[in-house]
Design a protein around this ligand. Structure first.
Ligand code: GAL
Length: 825
């Protein structure tokens, strides 16, 4: 009898639920909290108080990075971009919460504040967080005056000598106000794993946390649905739960998904889990989590396997800034960076050396890039005076746990890095801290391996740090991968940081020479010169990755140039523990195959020739060597085809075969000191200069598949504009990136043009920034004009909130201008 009643009750509940659950509803917890802030960069007294007079402060919309506005100055560290990243900045916002929410839980969630943030609500201190890369949330219910004016004050206090790169400053990631019922799913409240996957079905396990902030035990139904990549509900479960008063309960459900549509790098299919709390027929919370069904495995025999197939990691390390836009996260700016990386053939990113923005992982989930999320650049031993080591003891457990909890549902995330080049490598007891951090990772997420980037050799092996992580990353030791594998039969190895070659776009120094400082502070794009003492040309890594088949692959340093760390234009400075410091006016990195503006350097094509299959060919240098007529000019070509034929003014200079014809690279790098390295990845000729053109034709199986021509350019004559997207969203954040090129009268690109281009914007957009990729430019990123650097510069246009047209005009003295229109919807 009892049984029947129970079944009936269960049935009754289910009927109500199936008509009410899982479809998209008007249930919003998060309120936009990015607009309406005011900002002041001063160390003031009493700013946290409600009645503090902020009427004269500047209005800002978050995310905001105060440092990117500059000005550049060598008073600031060039390592951190020569920009004012340190100091104290205050943000305030007046807001109200309607009276009807009096019984709700009000919290504020920050995706990250750079750094040492403190938050007050109506004069009450609610929390502090030193780490600038970690998201955090405060329950501010008890300080809220419902139906009245409330004030939130946020202080950010990044310190000088706090980092080895540009960090940005202020509330540089998104902020949300959350209005939740007393019973709700908290921040990072779901943990989704896929313990069993076959082609017939996948088991999806979802652990859901439920908070009960009421004064009594509460019964609820937890309804969980899975929506497939086509938007169809494919699994559903209802579970009765009881949560004790004041407690958080965790409910675990297994759902079976038939014929799962897997996530991988070619078809990044995403599922969505919808979790709803239903109390007495009413929805108390609605929580959505994107996830992917995919299987990852790592082994010496088969490397990194995604869904059973080996994928060699062709990866890059990336810092978090977005060039001229600074560190303030912008979805489109990040997405463009990843598009550029993908077009180079990248399939993996290491978020050196800190937790990324949530947006980066959303984009990688969507675009099919696997990610290694890294936690720290310092443990207890500091690299910079005011680095994370000061906060490590007190905060590391919390920071690491929060990082993993936030990111563990992302299909793209494949490993957790507990540290980069941490100095504890050389400590005998370094393994203890390694084990401790490794254990935290395994506890919070047993489904992914841990790793670290070691730059000492053999210290981390002798001191056993390498024994306490799952996968050993080596920074800059390509010739030792095999030795490490041979001596440690249980270890899996890869290049966590590789190459560190440096260059400036469009710069060619002749003769080709090993590392050499130039008065212009530029580095040649022949890419024979390298960078810091540990650097080596990309070719060396390609060769080792081919030889050492057990290696998982590499993460080259870095995908895109970043602000700060302008090595090799840096002397050694004792005040910074012997690390690279100023060599003004260099203020951004030279490492990447793509410059700060997002324009490919020649090296981009070298990676493309190794990492992509669509037939391509590239040729360098430019062909404007006036005064060098008859001199021998080295010409390099990069291709993924079998052979390349070079033509000068239509005359063949002969074919070269990839993998057979070698290119000598005069370079000084630590394992070939003052030597010449012979690369099988570049084809080269030496030809007498004669104005006209050079052309390369690449052949595959004897068939011409790709070609590229470079013409000797005449005088600068006009500007050409190219827009990445000419229809964008009128949401106040979407961006259009406009590339300006200087051409001669015949339409040939002028490779050394430095005309100053001024951009005029009219209509539904504003000019967000300008850049030219020159590592030595001290011109403001906010200026409406920029000198072209080797023929190119960039304007970044931001949509306003009103739909319409944006008209962009580019003009320069003495040459014809150009214009382009962008529609915003
Ligand atoms: C590595 C370090 C990176 C960057 C790079 C430059 O040793 O991990 O953060 O500094 O050198 O070559």
């Amino acid at each position: 009898m009892n049984k029947v009643t129970n079944t009936l009750v269960g049935l009754f509940v289910l009927i109500i639920l199936s008509s009410s659950s899982c479809e998209k509803k008007d249930y919003e917890v998060d309120q936009d909290f990015n607009s309406g802030w005011v900002f002041n960069k001063d160390d003031l007294e009493g700013v946290e108080n409600i009645d503090f007079d902020d009427s004269k402060w500047r209005e800002v919309t978050l995310p905001h990075d105060w440092a990117i506005e500059g000005p550049f100055s060598n008073e600031y560290n060039a390592r951190t971009g020569g920009l004012p990243v340190h100091g104290i900045g205050w943000y305030r916002k007046h807001f109200s919460v309607e009276k009807k929410h009096v019984n709700k839980i009000i919290s504020i969630e920050f995706d990250g504040v750079m750094s040492n943030s403190e938050v007050w609500v109506n004069g009450h201190h609610v929390g502090t967080r030193p780490n600038g890369y970690i998201g955090f949330e405060y329950d501010i219910t008890k300080y809220i005056m419902f139906g009245k004016d409330n004030v939130i004050a946020v202080k950010a206090a990044p310190e000088d000598l706090g980092a080895r790169w540009y960090t940005g400053a202020g509330i540089y990631r998104n902020v949300r106000l959350k209005i939740n019922n007393k019973v709700h799913i908290p921040q990072y409240g779901t943990y989704i794993t896929t313990p069993k996957i076959t082609s017939e079905s996948a088991i999806v396990n979802i652990e859901t946390s439920v908070v009960n902030n009421t004064n009594s035990e509460t019964s609820a139904h937890l309804v969980t649905c899975i929506i497939d990549p086509n938007g169809i509900e494919v699994a559903k479960s209802t579970k009765d739960i009881i949560i004790q008063k004041g407690k958080t309960g965790i409910a675990s459900v297994d759902l079976a998904v038939k014929a799962p549509i897997l996530w991988d790098i070619y078809t990044p299919n995403l599922y969505k889990a919808v979790s709803e709390i239903v109390i007495k027929g009413q929805i108390a919370d609605h929580f959505e989590t994107n996830f992917g069904i995919r299987d990852i495995k790592f082994s010496r025999e088969k490397g990194f396997q995604l869904n059973g197939k080996t994928v060699k990691l062709e990866g890059v390390c990336m810092h978090h800034d977005q060039g001229a836009l600074g560190a303030a996260i912008n979805y489109r700016a990040k997405e463009r960076q990843i598009e550029i990386m993908k077009s180079m053939g990248v399939n993996a990113i290491r978020t050196s050396h800190n937790p990324p923005s949530p947006e980066l992982l959303q984009i990688c989930d969507r675009m099919g890039i696997v990610v290694q999320v890294e936690a720290f650049d310092e443990w207890k031993l500091g690299k910079v005076e005011n680095g994370y080591h000061k906060y490590f003891d007190r905060w590391h457990e919390r920071d690491l746990t929060d990082m993993i909890k936030r990111d563990r549902n992302h299909a793209c995330v494949i490993m957790w890095s507990i540290g980069n080049e941490i100095l504890e490598q050389s400590r005998k007891d370094g393994w203890k801290l390694t084990k401790h951090l490794n254990d935290i990772c395994h506890r919070v997420d047993p489904t992914r391996p841990t790793t670290a980037g070691f730059n000492y050799f053999p210290a981390p092996f002798k001191n056993k740090l390498a024994n306490y992580i799952d996968i050993v990353g080596m920074n800059y030791w390509p010739l030792n991968y095999q030795e490490i594998l041979d001596e440690n039969p249980n270890m899996i190895v890869y290049g966590s940081e590789t190459s560190s070659q440096t260059s400036s776009r469009g710069v060619y120094h002749l003769p080709i020479e090993p590392m050499h400082q130039h008065s212009t502070n530029h580095v040649s794009s022949y890419d024979g010169t390298v960078g810091p003492p540990w650097a080596y040309p990309p070719d060396v890594e390609f060769e080792q990755q081919e030889k050492v088949t057990s290696s998982l692959g590499e993460f080259m340093w870095t995908g895109i140039d970043y602000l700060g760390e302008p090595t090799p234009y840096g002397g050694r400075d004792n005040s910074t523990n012997g690390y690279w410091n100023d060599d003004w006016p260099s203020r951004s990195s030279y490492f990447a195959p793509v410059d700060l503006a997002g324009f490919p350097k020649d090296r981009y094509y070298l990676y493309q020739s190794q990492w992509t299959e669509e037939p391509m060919v590239h040729v360098l240098p430019h062909w404007n060597w006036e005064g060098k007529e008859g001199d021998m000019i080295p010409v390099y070509s990069y291709t993924n085809c079998d052979e390349v034929e070079l033509f000068v003014n239509g005359k063949s200079m002969g074919k070269k075969v990839k993998g057979f014809d070698l290119t000598p690279i005069p370079a000084e790098f630590h394992f070939f000191e003052k030597g010449t390295y012979e690369s099988k990845y570049r084809l080269s000729w030496e030809v007498p200069y004669q104005a006209g053109n050079i052309k390369v034709v690449a052949y595959k199986d004897g068939k011409a598949e790709a070609t590229k021509v470079i013409h000797t350019a005449g005088k600068a004559d006009r500007i050409e504009l190219e827009v990445d997207r000419n229809a964008i969203t009128a949401d106040g954040t979407d961006l259009s990136f406009i590339t300006a090129r200087i051409l001669d009268k015949d339409g040939n690109f002028c490779p050394m043009a430095d005309n100053r281009i001024t951009f005029t914007i009219e209509g539904s957009g504003i000019l967000a920034a300008t850049d030219n990729g020159d590592q030595t430019s001290l011109e403001s990123f906010q200026a409406d004009n920029k000198k072209a650097f080797n023929g190119m510069c960039l304007a970044i246009i931001k949509a306003t909130n009103s739909a319409g047209t944006i008209n962009v005009k580019a003009s320069a003295k003495g040459i014809s201008g150009a214009s382009v229109s962008i529609i915003t919807k």
